[in-house]
Design a protein around this ligand. Structure first.
Ligand code: ADQ
Length: 457
């Protein structure tokens, strides 16, 4: 592979040795081939500055930019998380447009572009992560950067008709086509992206999946993200999950783990679980739902509303069905170490992953990797999660239909061992084959195989 790798992501681990799937993948890519990782420092700056600060790292260079408190409001909470996030998750009704959001977003992108341009040579690979940086490549091209630049979008590609709700809808395709490689999670995302460009008079599609837009030629392809499947399985084998949560011998554990986000379909999930308690003949065994959902983006009003809604549904279901010594839903607003989640997943009879929209959903893959192949739990997975494109042997549900989710929970609780084993074996093969290491090497191979554009003028 020629050139150095430069990774740009909003979040950057400040520890020398990071933990967590994506950041570990980036850390390993940089440790392997050297290079620089640029991301946002967790602490704010008092005023905008072009200087980058070094963070501790071994074998590569790690640098942070700082955003001001005002930019955190406009670039991060504003444009990224109150405009682009709902747009890409088909919640245009939740888009909050404030006049200074786009300005802050573009200013931070322009600044990061100047910082990257100072470091990048024409042979380097610049790998940009996610929706925080859509315009970064366009800014870099403006500064004369000819390096290969790839974007990986972790969230769904927006539906073309929803883009009408974006004030920057005309600039959006130009932001994208300044990249050399657009990496998306699924084939469905690729189809939505191509649909957008097909609708433009100045775009042309080629049979090899490349798109010409104005003077630019770029590639679009799916790179479904994976997990550290071996690591998750090893952590789960420690066992003891049932004891950890003090399950009674007659209780079956049903588990959900999500960031508390309106895209994750949590109200319908809790309602569906309530329906199971209401209508199902449960026999001698009782299901116990542990829903772990740490609050995120708490400063955004849409996140405050979903939190209040969930509190209300959980207490309503519990109020109706709890008994002396039994609370059906345990709803917890905090994070746990990966090792703890792995043991809980392994102890669970059902993993509930029912987002309304999701780029991939790593929890679905973590749940599969954590199971005991000799006595596996059942994955109930939303058809609208990116993960459902390849995890076909899960119990696939419509996350908008609480009856459908309730039926899948019942089917999972009643599923015979042989069927559980057969479904799990197929899911496990997919999760282990396309793990996080395969994802990053596939992406970087594709980006590095793109010819370096000749310098103009
Ligand atoms: P997220 O929306 O954050 O990611 P997800 O893919 O499920 O969603 O990843 C969440 C990660 O955080 C998982 O590794 C999970 O175990 C962990 N996590 C969640 N709740 C936790 C808790 N309470 N305690 C500890 N850890 C917790 C975005 C996109 C996804 C896409 C990923 C990766 O929205 O669609 O799959 O990026 O590309």
């Amino acid at each position: 592979m020629t050139g150095r790798l430069i990774v740009v992501s909003n979040r950057i681990p400040t520890d020398e040795v990071p933990s967590g799937g994506l950041v570990v993948a980036m850390h390993e890519a940089l440790s392997d081939q050297g290079g620089t990782w640029i991301g946002a420092h967790p602490d704010p700056a008092s005023e905008p500055t072009d200087a980058l600060e070094r963070l501790p790292a071994q074998g590569y260079d790690k640098r942070a930019f700082r955003v001001t408190e005002e930019e955190r409001q406009t670039y991060y909470l504003g444009y990224a998380n109150s405009v682009l996030w709902p747009l890409c998750h088909r919640r245009v009704d939740l888009i909050a447009l404030e006049s200074d959001y786009a300005e802050g977003y573009l200013a931070v992108n322009a600044r990061v572009a100047r910082q990257v341009a100072r470091l990048a040579g024409p042979e380097d690979l610049i790998w940009v992560q996610d929706y925080h940086f859509f315009p970064l490549a366009a800014e870099l091209r403006r500064l004369g950067c000819h390096a290969r630049i790839g974007l990986f979008l972790h969230i769904p590609f927006p539906v073309a008709s929803d883009l009408a709700a974006l004030p920057e809808r005309d600039a959006f395709p130009h932001w994208l086509s300044a990249y050399d490689l657009l990496g998306l999670q699924t084939q469905a995302d690729v189809a939505r992206c191509l649909e957008l460009f097909r609708s433009l008079p100045d775009a042309e599609m080629f049979i090899d999946g490349k798109v010409k837009h104005g003077p630019r030629l770029f590639a679009v392809a799916a790179f479904p993200i994976g997990i550290d499947a071996e690591g998750m399985a090893a952590a789960a084998r420690v066992g003891g999950g049932r004891e950890m949560v003090k399950l009674a011998p007659d209780e079956d554990l049903v588990i959900g783990v999500d960031r508390l986000d309106y895209s994750k379909g949590l109200p319908n999930r809790l309602r569906a679980f309530g329906q199971v308690l209401e209508h199902t003949e449960l026999g001698a065994r009782r299901p116990h739902l542990i829903q772990i959902a740490p609050a995120s983006r708490g400063d955004v009003p849409a996140y405050q509303r979903i939190r209040a809604e969930l509190d209300a549904i959980a207490s309503e279901v519990n109020g109706r069905h709890a008994d002396l010594g039994w609370t059906p839903i345990q709803y917890i607003n905090r994070s746990y170490p990966r090792e703890t989640l792995a043991r809980l997943f392994r102890a669970a009879r059902i993993g509930l992953v029912t987002p309304l929209a999701d780029g991939m959903n790593l929890v679905a893959k973590e749940f599969v990797a954590a199971q005991d192949p000799a006595d596996p739990g059942v994955l109930v997975l939303s058809r609208t999660a990116g993960a459902a494109e390849r995890l076909r042997e899960a119990l696939l549900v419509n996350p908008f239909d609480t009856d459908d989710i309730a039926r899948a929970i019942e089917a999972g609780l009643a599923m015979p061992l042989e069927e559980r084993k057969a479904r799990h074996a197929a899911l496990r093969a997919e999760v282990f084959e396309r793990d996080i290491a395969a994802w990053r090497s596939d992406y970087l191979r594709a980006l590095s195989s793109i010819a370096v554009a000749p310098a103009l003028g």
